[in-house]
Write a protein that binds this ligand. Structure first.
Ligand SMILES: [Zn+2]
Ligand SMILES: [Zn+2]
Length: 259
């Protein structure tokens, strides 16, 4: 069911691809009907005047999407056109675009172009029905709108559920990433500890080495001094030995006569 983009009443499909609003008598003409009637699925040609765009495409609505129709100025008449589906013409606009004489029936003229066999009686009967069945149609329209509303709510609920599941998945992935990061941090921490320990050991050995080297410098100087002292002691010892042996030699010489 299509709803009138102007007054939200139900549209009545009157003949191939053409539906008329029961309330405002505006007409929805599908691209296929436009193609048959005017040789152009995007009839009427005109200038796009987007700032006048105000109506949503009734066929896009049945697919669950809201498409603001293009506003197009054709022969100074503002028409609303969905690039995928068709054109909306308010009551009387079709007659002006088709340049019909005053009082001519625009739907009948269109039916002549769309249908090989126009049916004026059928159209008249439909118009009579529109007047008598308006209340019933309004009820149907209300039911349809309620159904659309419900479908939209169901869609929203499904989207919310999908969003919730996605959030859970995201959280799981985040936790895995966090755990991976934590274990990487632990590995890095252990490596850093090892590096610090090796550095400390190296520094300790360098310090010990420096202390021992300093101590060896002292010992070298002491050894020089001791060697000097030993040389002097040995030289004195040699002198003493020499003096002793000379004295002993003289003592062995013939003793002087004591007188
Ligand atoms: Zn309407
Ligand atoms: Zn559309």
């Amino acid at each position: 069911m299509l709803l009138c983009p102007r007054c939200a009443e139900a549209l009545d499909r009157v003949f191939g691809g053409v539906a008329v609003c029961v309330g405002c008598q505006g007409a929805w003409i599908s691209q296929s009907a436009l193609d048959v009637a005017f040789g152009n699925p995007r009839w009427p040609a005109g200038r796009n005047m987007w700032w006048h765009a105000a109506l949503d495409c009734p066929e896009c609505a049945t697919e669950g999407t809201v498409t603001r129709m293009d506003a197009r100025s054709a022969d100074a008449i503002m028409v609303d056109l969905c690039p995928s589906h068709g054109v909306w013409l308010d009551h009387g606009e079709l007659a002006r675009l088709m340049k019909l004489e005053a009082g001519a029936d625009e739907l009948l003229a269109l039916q002549r172009k769309v249908n090989a066999v126009p049916d004026p009686d059928g159209l008249a009967q439909r118009r009579l029905r529109w007047r008598t069945e308006l209340d019933k149609r309004r009820r149907q329209t209300a039911e349809f709108r309620a159904w659309l509303e419900m479908a939209a709510q169901r869609k929203a609920a499904e989207a919310a559920e999908a969003e919730r599941l996605r959030a859970i998945e995201d959280e799981k992935r985040r936790q895995v990433r966090e755990a991976q990061a934590a274990s990487a941090a632990e590995i890095a921490r252990v490596a850093e500890e090892k590096r610090q320990a090796e550095l400390a050991r190296h520094q300790r050995l360098m310090k010990q080495r420096a202390e021992i080297a300093a101590s060896m410098n002292v010992l070298v100087r002491e050894r020089e001094a001791a060697r000097g002292h030993l040389a002097s002691v040995e030289s004195q010892f040699a002198q003493h030995e020499k003096a002793l042996s000379e004295i002993d030699k003289e003592l062995d010489a013939p003793k002087p006569n004591p007188k």
